[in-house]
Write a protein that binds this ligand. Sequence first.
Ligand code: NAP
Ligand code: GDD
Length: 340
Amino acid sequence: MKKRALITGITGQDGSYLADYLLGLGYEVWGLVRRTSLDPMLRLGELTKHTGMHINYGNLRDSGTLRFALEESKPDEIYNLAAQSDVGISFKCPDETMEINYHGLGRLVHEAVRVRPDVRIYQASTSEMFGKTKPPQNELSSFQPVSPYGEAKLLAHEHFVKGYREKHGLFICSGILFNHESPHRGEHFVTRKITISLSKIKLGMQDSFSLGNLEAKRDWGFAGDYIKAMHLMLGRKTPADYVISTGISHTVREFVEAAARALGINLSWSGSGLDEVARDDKGKVILTINKEYYRPNEVHHLMGDSTKARTELGWSPEVTFDGLAEMMAKADYERLSKLR
Ligand code: NAP
Ligand code: GDD
């Protein structure tokens, strides 16, 4: 019998990589897809034609659709990747964020245990839950979230992951993943915004772009490496939570520099604060600072210690920071040069 996996958030960055990976392992993959006005299947591409791939229309806000998807897919494993995943937007839409990221997991778990009490569930928790906690952060560090997104994810982790595991014996675990990126990354996250903007500038399709806080530090890895850890967690004898990270952090400024290098753009910085700019080799301003992109409250430094995952799961990341910036910059450059 083929193993069956249900992935919520299958149309997102991680969902697309995970579906591909599990299909490659011989799984039957079921994806929960919400109805949108534009084609939500773009990232899945040819995978939608795979005989092992099935789609259920549904929404984490709607228990009935979850029950139907669970009854139809009868999954051995559930990967709950669906979320309002934009931290900046969560300050503007806190209720929506709580509704999907916290109550959504509650609905899913409640329905899942009725359909299949021995199911294994992966919850997409996040380093954003650490918030102000000093790095390096690991499974024993305290949580001090500063955004509605981080708060909703922390509540989901405490109430539904730890709660159902400890009180009801459910196999459910949190992957506390640090930032991970790829050419499939949403276009409003900072790395992808940078690689798209620099590619357009290089191709003469755009003059300049703006960013917010350049000094925030993140521990950036490659999504294709991180989804493997999700699968490894559900293959353990007993459920546990794991930090997944590279252990190395860089500033947003360093990501701009790495992506520019990959595209052969020589940057020079001048000015400071909101007046800082970056120029290209010809002295043209290509990057300015806009306070609109600063957040009401910022997580300044995330850097994970993933010793537990490396030891117990045998997991480690393969793509380096420079390799990631180059992969993303080149993918955008090639895609956009065909469009031009
Ligand atoms: P993403 O690209 O933004 O994808 C989010 C997915 O959730 C999309 O498929 C989206 O569907 C779906 N979704 C949103 N609201 C929904 C709802 N009400 N019902 C059903 N589906 C809904 O996010 P990602 O980067 O792949 O991240 C995957 C998960 O990991 C998220 O839970 C995120 O919070 C968490 N996480 C991500 C990172 C990271 O650095 N990427 C780090 C830590 C944790 P549409 O296509 O219709 O929008
Ligand atoms: N998005 C964005 N846009 N961020 C900017 C910009 C900008 O123009 N300028 C500076 N930044 C800074 C943000 O203030 C933040 O400090 C950093 O760049 C990273 O922002 P994002 O790429 O939006 O990611 P994030 O760290 O807030 O959240 C991502 O990682 C979390 C894990 O720590 C998301 O993927 C979350 O879903 C995930 O949980």
